[in-house]
Design a protein around this ligand. Structure first.
Ligand code: ATP
Ligand code: MG
Length: 298
């Protein structure tokens, strides 16, 4: 179980991140400021309550898995973070900054910090893999040699550099998702939002996608929301962690092999409320009958 990578070791994906910075008091304050915070967020569509007082935080370097049945409001939470919807009550903070009332230009600035991974990969079918990943950089008129450097770096991260000249139709579903992830990571977002990134994928491919999220969490210090209703995704994200070995290769190890603190927590939504918030083990020990059924799938 190893995804081999060599380049990231000398060259972190998010270059501005330096470990030494963490030792200074100011950066410690930054680290305790959550990447994302919802305070009593409410949202109604017509007369229907979609979100009914949602409170949670995503700490820096944390992956928050959001579970919940269809129509539970998971994608709505993501739209609120991106400012595509505005809440009817409560407050939303990104990196300690309240974005609740932000207008479009202010949200554009916030969105630069955020990478978004959609369910289907959402690639432009008429553009090559290279052009898809380069899209944001081309829009910003970045010089082509820099664009190519970035695109190759991102494609290496998702192990798809060989597919750089392919068209989306030539790719498998799993490859399309990985290109979608590479595209989301352009611009080194400190926050990455995944909306059901493994839906419809076979289990090994789904695991590869989870391992990319783990790599982002453990090696790049990214803060993520990972929406899913697949329990095995939660298991991978809660029990595996990424380490770089002496040859510079990324390996995935399992909790229990060594003592470690895996930075993943889970919230479960039901009828607009958070009915569970905590660690995977606690969720599995829960006595709640809805949670039981959700976990067992019946
Ligand atoms: N623009 C809208 N207008 C009216 N109702 C909406 C709108 N967008 C979402 N909804 C409703 O809000 C509820 C939550 O939707 P949401 O897409 O957040 O669910 P979800 O948890 O992501 O579900 P799924 O697992 O199916 O993706 C649903 O009942 C949906 O019908
Ligand atoms: Mg959804």
């Amino acid at each position: 179980m190893a995804i081999t990578e060599t380049e990231e070791v000398e060259k972190p994906l998010f270059e501005e991140y330096e470990e030494t910075d963490l030792e200074t008091p100011t950066d410690n304050i930054e680290r305790v400021t959550p990447a994302i915070e919802f305070r009593d967020v409410k949202l109604f569509f017509d007369d229907r309550t979609i979100l009914d007082g949602i409170n949670f935080t995503v700490r820096r370097g944390e992956t928050k898995v959001v579970l919940g049945g269809s129509g539970g409001g998971k994608s709505t939470i993501i739209k609120l973070i991106l400012g595509l919807l505005k809440p009817d009550g409560g407050q939303i903070f990104i990196d300690g900054e309240e974005i609740t009332e932000f207008d479009e230009p202010e949200m554009m600035r916030i969105r630069k910090k955020i990478g978004m991974v959609f369910q289907e990969g959402a690639l432009f079918d008429s553009l090559s893999v290279y052009e898809n990943v380069a899209y944001r950089l081309h829009e910003e008129s970045v010089p082509e040699d820099e664009v190519e450097h970035e695109v190759r770096r991102m494609l290496r991260f998702v192990n798809l550099e060989d597919a750089i000249d392919k068209m989306p139709v030539e790719l498998s579903g799993g490859m399309r998702r990985r290109v979608g992830i590479a595209r989301a990571l352009v611009g080194n977002p400190s926050i990455v939002l995944f909306d059901e990134p493994t839906a419809g994928l076979d289990p090994p491919t789904a695991r590869t996608i989870c391992e990319l999220a783990i790599k982002l969490r453990d090696l790049e210090d990214a803060s993520s929301i990972f929406v899913t209703h697949e329990m095995n995704n939660l298991e991978y994200l809660s029990s595996e962690y990424a380490v770089v070995d002496e040859n510079g290769e990324v390996n995935f190890e399992t909790e229990g092999e060594k003592l470690c603190l895996i930075n993943t927590e889970v919230i479960m939504l039901r009828e607009g409320k958070i009915i569970f918030s905590g660690k995977d083990e606690e969720l599995r020990r829960s006595q709640d009958s809805y949670i039981h059924r959700f976990i067992r799938g019946k």
